[in-house]
Ligand binder design. Sequence first.
Ligand SMILES: Cc1cc2nc3c(=O)[nH]c(=O)nc-3n(C[C@H](O)[C@H](O)[C@H](O)COP(=O)(O)O)c2cc1C
Length: 343
Amino acid sequence: MSLARTHLDRLWRRGRDFLGTEVAIMGGAMSWVSERHLVAAISNAGGFGVLACGSMPPALLAAEIEGTQALTDRPFGVNLITMHPQLAELIEVCGRLRVGHVVLAGGLPQASSITRAKELGAKVMCFAPTALFGKKLVRLGADALIIEGTEAGGHIGPVSTSVLAQEILPVVRDVPVFVAGGIGRGEVIVSYLEMGAAGVQLGTRFVCATECVAHPNFKQAFIRANARDAVPSAQVDPNFPVIPVRALTNPASQRFITFQHDVIGRFRKGEIDQKSAQLEIEHYWAGALRKAVIDGDIENGSLMAGQSVGMVSREQPTVEIIADLVDQAVRALDSRETLEATF
Ligand SMILES: Cc1cc2nc3c(=O)[nH]c(=O)nc-3n(C[C@H](O)[C@H](O)[C@H](O)COP(=O)(O)O)c2cc1C
């Protein structure tokens, strides 16, 4: 093994030990995309796949976990959305099926959810939007944190990955911290590891994996897109907030702007009350991710994608995606070591 690879393994040892993997690269859960095939492929390639529960009921989640276990004997995690109405039952399903890692996403989790998942034997990972919340989550029992910058695909916060990393990595040292959002190559993985990250989480980069079940139209949209095509959802009036989601622009995202103007116009004319107007706006995207990922309707569905989409240029086996990332990381370290030897 090269000196640089040994160095890389030292840099992400904490992450590898926490995940139980060869490389500390997590395949971030993506609703409809991260089902058994992609998750197992990532774990079989030495990374850490994470199943997206999304809005699945407990029985469906159980079937998906068992399906994944049939495809891999390597560690993988399950991502649960905290506002799921059956969160408690979903945690029990993870416990019953001996899921090793539970990722609690979509808002700050209750202490009771963290405690119960841990009682059932899982390591719990939570998303930390700030250093302060990160420390609070650790006090509540989180075993590891994920920080996700605004470059990411899907639901996003307002702060960039590089700023979050500078704010959180130097001060949260007691648990492993994984960095997500905008990661498309190995060089940047090295940078975050050197800043103190235990590992990384990538979503967008895995969508065009051969094993990923996303519709060919969805994958083609990723292959064609540039970084600047992945933009946050537009909001036309601060009185009618829109949940920020980063996705590729398409006819549906264009129509969303006129749709909001129409709904707000009806509210102003007194035809509907504010609550109904807000609900109509929120309902616009219901079922839209499934429409794009599964049905391949890329005009009317939601094309959630991160800015790293510009680095997705073709369909590739998962094992190759991970090997590319590791190669790039090793070469970055190797060139530094060569430089040090020269001067
Ligand atoms: C299509 C899509 C769906 C996603 N769905 C979820 C989800 O259900 N739960 C979640 O915690 N994160 C979700 N994410 C975020 C990813 O897990 C991951 O953190 C993110 O993609 C990392 O940033 P990147 O896209 O720049 O690699 C989604 C991302 C994408 C692109």
